[in-house]
Design a protein. Sequence first.
Length: 128
Amino acid sequence: MFRLDDRVAIITGAATGLGQAIAVALASAGARLAISDQPEVPLDETAALAGEHGREVFCFPMDVRDLRQIAEGFAAVDERFGRLDILVNNAGINRRAPAWRSPRRTGMTTSPPTSRAGSSAPRRPPGA
């Protein structure tokens, strides 16, 4: 297994399912986590599971459809950790809709802003 000691990872859509599993896996590999989901979705369970690996877990609300919340979320992560090494754009919406309003459209419209915010985050060596 690879190690991610002291690397900082943001995982969007981390409250349940795949996002939760990714958060726990990254924590088990040594990463420090910043996990987010929509403001009304609790992150307690994911934080507890990831925290069992002894890694720091920072929870913050962020609706990836809202550019202001994206900017505030990434600023909070920078304030807390001072760096970002890994971005997992996992947030999405799963609901029945006509094909032209498919959940895929959410991923296509929300991944670029979070990726842009992540690419401008500070890059410092682990432990710095």
